[in-house]
Design a protein around this ligand. Structure first.
Ligand SMILES: *Cc1c(COP(=O)(O)O)cnc(C)c1O
Length: 459
């Protein structure tokens, strides 16, 4: 029997504001328990064929996705409030991305840019140089994943400064490769048992207004004092930070924190790297989150939303820093693959010309409005924060403010069982994050939040 979901032929679009995606009915539709029988079959095969370390959040066999839904092999249609971790921001299977990929893949699948260069890679670099914050001369290099972009940004900063040390922050997430595990703060599940880690990585406190109750200036002074006393600017290559910390809990730093860190870096000849892998490309209601905080990073790393779901990543930054590396010092077999670059050009066109920055702001208003309303009558929601379509709720003990990871997990699990894909995050595992595709229609977002609210009330 062909494993095609019956819903693929159900072509009704119920909301004309839907941008992109295959023409899947934009509805939550639960026709079996989750997981249904076909999904259970796949998950059983997964358990015997796929390494146990590769876990999953939503127990389904996904067969199609678009607009604001993910459809499974049993015909269930789930509301997508995760975008595959902030990746399908333009919408899953966005028609422009699909067409660009189909054209590109029929032309050539690979030459290796380091062997025979091609237009799409250069065009992506030009677009990134134009879009990244700051009006200085910029250059870019392309890679396959966020972690690889971060690794290369550190390599570039070390080569430019001639210094070894790197500062990362509490609650940071920068990836799962060896150097990026060292940069990542959280042991479980990202680092535990995977050492030894790369040396010359130093951790300092971040700004976490809900928990540290410090002003941005005070939090920055604390971090800078540790940097100066324990590391020293003269051995420091780079400071790397996510403008809004993603896996760490969608932590928005207090006003003034990031500008103070950037100013210190500039005054001390240290490269400031903004890791915009999760925050980039319209997600926060700006093309890049750095703009929200009025900072101009020396380098930014991007991935996730860049290519509508195709694997691509980049480092973009000041030309003199990017050019400090010797010829042949940067690259990789697949980095900037032509099919991924074609997808990125189509996705970037959508970010710029389909009103997706404004759409992220609208979605953010719906999300934070509803979550604040819930918070007003439920003190277990300690904090609601974020920007644009990157909003989170932090769950706590109302009296002690202690993180409530059990409640968080219970709410997320119940929402998923009811057909709403939500992701958790946070150093303490007590944050539910909302990252809807920017193609989601309002009614699905609202319904998804209704389901989460009901799950919370029942928990
Ligand atoms: C996801 C993420 C990474 C790692 O990206 P991969 O593509 O998974 O390697 C790095 N930094 C941030 C901020 C991320 O959110």
């Amino acid at each position: 029997m062909p494993r095609v979901a019956p819903t693929l032929t159900d072509m009704s679009i119920t909301d004309s504001t839907v941008v992109g995606g295959p023409t899947l009915a934009q509805e939550r539709r639960i026709v079996t328990a989750i997981p249904g029988p076909r999904s259970q079959e796949l998950l059983a095969r997964k358990a015997s064929a796929v390494a146990a370390g590769v876990a999953h959040t939503v127990p389904i066999e996904a067969v199609a996705a678009g607009g604001g839904v993910v459809v499974d092999a049993d015909g269930n249609s789930l509301i997508d409030l995760g975008s595959g971790i902030a990746v399908t921001s333009v919408g899953n299977a966005h028609p422009g991305v699909v067409a660009a990929v189909q054209d590109a893949v029929a032309q050539m699948t690979h030459t290796c840019f380091m062997i025979s260069p091609y237009d799409s890679y250069v065009s992506v670099a030009e677009a990134l140089n134009r879009l990244a914050p700051g009006d200085h001369a910029k250059k870019s290099a392309l890679f396959n994943s966020g972690a690889e972009a971060v690794e290369n940004a550190i390599k570039i900063a070390r080569k430019f400064t001639g210094c070894p040390a790197v500062v990362a922050f509490d609650h940071a997430y920068h990836g799962r490769t060896n150097l990026t595990m060292a940069l990542t703060a959280k042991a479980m599940p990202y680092k535990s048992g995977f050492g030894p880690f790369a040396s010359e990585v130093y951790r300092v406190p971040a700004s976490y207004p809900f928990r540290d109750e410090l002003s941005g200036a005070d939090a920055a002074a604390k971090a800078i004092s540790i940097i100066e006393k324990q590391i020293g600017a003269d051995s420091l290559a780079a400071v790397i930070i996510e403008p809004i910390q993603g896996e760490g809990g969608f932590i928005v730093p207090a006003d003034g924190f990031l500008p103070a860190i950037v100013d210190w870096c500039r005054a001390n000849g240290v490269v400031f790297i903004a890791d915009e892998v999760q925050t980039g490309f319209a997600r926060t209601g700006a093309m890049f989150a750095s703009e929200i905080f009025g900072i101009v990073p020396d380098l930014i790393t991007t991935a996730k939303g860049i290519a509508g779901g195709m694997p691509l990543a980049a480092v973009t930054g000041r030309a003199e820093i990017m050019d400090a590396t010797h010829g042949g010092g940067l690259g990789g077999t697949y980095g900037g693959n032509p099919v991924a670059c074609a997808a990125a050009l189509a996705a970037i066109d959508a970010f710029e010309h389909e009103g997706l920055i404004e759409r992220a702001q609208q979605l953010g208003a719906i999300l934070s409005g509803r979550l604040r309303e819930l918070q007003a009558s439920d003190p277990r929601i300690g904090d609601v924060r974020g920007h644009g379509a990157m909003i989170a709720a932090e769950f706590v003990d109302p009296v002690t403010k202690a993180p409530d990871a059990a409640l968080t997990a219970a709410v997320a699990k119940a929402a998923i069982a009811q057909g709403v894909i939500v992701l958790t995050c946070g150093t303490y595992g007590n944050v539910i994050r909302f990252l809807p595709p920017l193609s989601i229609p309002d009614h699905l977002l609202t319904e998804g939040l209704d389901v989460v609210a009901a799950a919370l009330a029942a928990a």
